[in-house]
Design a protein around this ligand. Structure first.
Ligand code: PRX
Length: 607
């Protein structure tokens, strides 16, 4: 890729992105404006359209185009590293293409057509990438559900997106724990009436499959993210803009070079895996590591063994993983000479973790790219460019090309210079989400209503005197546990569904590894007494309703909750109680202040 002058991205986005688009195959070219949009609810429906009139196929671009035009057929697409050391596979671009075509034919033989939704609930195996690209090849829309989610969460997502087929696996090991995915998926071991076996189906399938040419704004995938009302939102991404955006951000943010070996430790079940394990790297013809296991299994030097084994040059992980490994000191971090760029994503990185990553892992020679983005943004939106942007530990630095942030105050006024407030974006970039699947109204209400004319991220931020952006964390009722967003409302309703619970309120409490942990207050129904057994049952209930990531760390019996006179729970006060901070600020609106003292006295110290 060549680059036009930097300012052209704002004034001439067609030229800037048009140049990037030249590296891809288009069945038909786009006509008209590169980006068309309305970000202002007062002016009508919110929409973003990119490269209208163009038709393409992402699977064709990331596989056929790489194999045939770029002559990368023999290049390794993935080094798959299993949970058990020694379990490994190498897949070249040519092999991946064949496998994807076979599975695309299988999907077709099962009646899956363009536009149909396919749910995928799989561990980190090559088949997961094969299944997603096979959907894309035939124009079907994948909806991947992270394999750590519960059967109920899976069910909710399948129903919401009306998926016609579920692709899953029998089970897998995470560390030394067996996860019976198929049992979770339907709680019935095997039903020959509805279940079909991957291997049997693939065996008879042809490894050639014509791609389905799709329009730029046809749906590519749905990925659910927690919503503050408790019901997950199906974030919808479309084809052309997402492809260009993930391709370019990957290339520039990791300073991708053809001989790199790149490793992103995220799970493909999250947006990081979608954009920066599958689409971005494959669009660049990169070689990646696909890791099934855990950073601590069989021991805490596993990550660095993998780095050394595959000579990983670009490494992308989350602050929570860094904090976890930091606990074991520098000794397990041995060979890592191959590393060149280190990335982080998922939550604000605390200075200690940043320093450790930079000094111990990167030996002070690898730039750190702290990438801020969201499921909704599709790709990095605030990020340094390695070695080009002077770093400040803990700051995601500056906007990526074409991204225009602003900091607003409570009244929606743009603040100038050094300031703190709501982080918003003033205009779209190609990779931004297009809607909430099946619920345009929720899309507009969630992201565009609070401040007309802006996309509202839900994050607070500070801009310093040098123009650097510092994310201060969520300003809604979302918690960030190990880099994953959870809605307090969702956990509260899972707790309240238990017959012993009359009311529940959940807040975040800082956690040294996870960032935030879940601190839950429960008011029991009359006549029920609190016990350890009940506590264990409540934890299990949340795990079964949502998934292991949402398991409460602390549950406190709360005979009364701090409420305003109009009956609203004062979470601000609960957060203080969870952290044992006595400076409660103004509590004059509190209906009954004795409740607070009682909760302070009975707070949980250990989970
Ligand atoms: O609060 C921000 C935080 O993660 C949220 C997005 O979560 P999700 O959609 O699950 O996507 C995570 C992976 C892209 C954001 O609203 N976040 C993500 N990256 C950073 C971050 N906070 C601070 N710094 C980051 N680098």
């Amino acid at each position: 890729m060549t680059f036009p002058p930097m300012e052209s991205v704002h004034s001439h986005s067609e030229i800037f992105w048009g140049d990037i688009a030249k590296d891809f195959f288009w069945k038909t070219k786009h006509a008209g404006r590169f980006l068309d949009y309305n970000f202002d609810v007062t002016k009508g429906e919110i929409f973003v359209k990119c490269m209208e009139g163009a038709s393409t196929n992402i699977c064709y671009n990331v596989l056929d185009h790489n194999v045939h035009e770029r002559k990368l057929g023999d290049k390794v697409a993935f080094y798959w590293e299993g949970n058990e050391p020694g379990d490994e596979l190498t897949v070249t671009y040519r092999e991946l293409l064949q496998r994807v075509c076979q599975f695309a034919n299988v999907l077709k033989s099962q009646g899956v057509k363009k536009g149909d939704r396919v749910s995928i609930y799989m561990p980190m195996v090559v088949e997961l990438v094969v299944a997603m690209l096979a959907c894309v090849r035939i124009g079907a829309v994948h909806s991947i559900v992270f394999a750590g989610f519960s059967a109920e969460s899976l069910c909710e997502r399948i129903l919401d997106s009306q998926c016609s087929l579920l692709v899953t696996a029998d089970g897998f090991y995470r560390g030394d724990k067996l996860i019976n995915l198929k049992l979770l998926a339907d709680e019935v071991p095997w039903n020959p009436e509805v279940d079909l076996c991957w291997h049997t189906l693939v065996r008879g399938a042809s490894d050639e499959c014509e791609p389905e040419w799709c329009e730029s704004e046809d749906p590519l995938f749905i990925l659910y993210t927690s919503g503050s009302t408790g019901k997950p939102k199906g974030v919808l991404h479309t084809l052309s803009g997402y492809m260009l955006y993930t391709a370019l951000t990957f290339k520039l943010v990791f300073d991708y070079q053809p001989d790199d070996v790149y490793w992103c430790t995220a799970d493909i079940g999250w947006i990081t895996g979608h954009s920066y394990i599958t689409y971005g790297p494959l669009a660049n013809g990169a070689t990646s590591v696909l890791f099934e296991g855990l950073p601590t299994y069989p021991d805490v030097s596993r990550m660095w063994e993998i780095v050394d084994k595959y000579h990983v040059t670009k490494f992308y992980t989350a602050p929570t993983a860094i904090r976890l490994l930091m606990k074991y000191g520098r000794e397990p971090v041995y060979k890592r000479d191959s590393l060149k760029v280190l990335g982080t994503v998922g939550e604000p990185i605390n200075p200690e973790a940043w320093q450790w990553y930079y000094s111990v892992v990167g030996e002070k020679r690898c730039p750190i790219v702290d990438t801020f983005w969201q499921t909704e943004t599709g790709g990095h939106v605030l990020t340094p460019l390695p070695a080009a942007t002077p770093m400040k530990p803990g700051s995601a630095t500056f906007p990526f090309f074409g991204v225009v942030p602003a900091v607003l105050n409570e009244s929606g006024e743009e603040l100038e210079g050094a300031s703190e407030g709501y982080l918003v974006f003033k205009q779209p970039w190609p990779g931004v989400m297009r809607t909430v699947y099946g619920n345009q109204q929720r899309f507009e209400t969630t992201y565009f209503k609070k401040f007309p004319g802006y996309y509202v991220t839900g994050d607070g931020c500070r801009r310093d005197k040098d123009g650097y952006y510092w994310i201060t964390g969520r300003i809604d009722d979302m918690l960030n546990v190990s880099g994953h967003l959870l809605s307090t409302a969702e956990v509260e309703s899972a707790l309240a569904e238990h017959e012993a619970v009359a009311e529940a309120a959940v807040v975040g409490r800082p956690h040294p590894v996870k960032g935030e942990s879940l601190y839950c207050f429960v008011t029991l129904t009359d006549g029920v007494t609190y016990s350890r057994t009940l506590e264990a049952e409540l934890k299990k209930q949340v795990r079964e309703k949502i998934g292991a990531i949402a398991t409460p760390d602390f549950i406190q019996n709360a005979p009364g909750l701090p409420k305003t006179r109009s009956g609203k729970i004062m979470r601000r006060v609960l957060r203080k109680i969870a952290c044992d901070e006595r400076d409660l600020g103004d509590i004059s609106t509190l209906a009954d202040s004795s409740v607070v003292e009682h909760l302070f006295q009975n707070r949980c110290c250990v989970g």
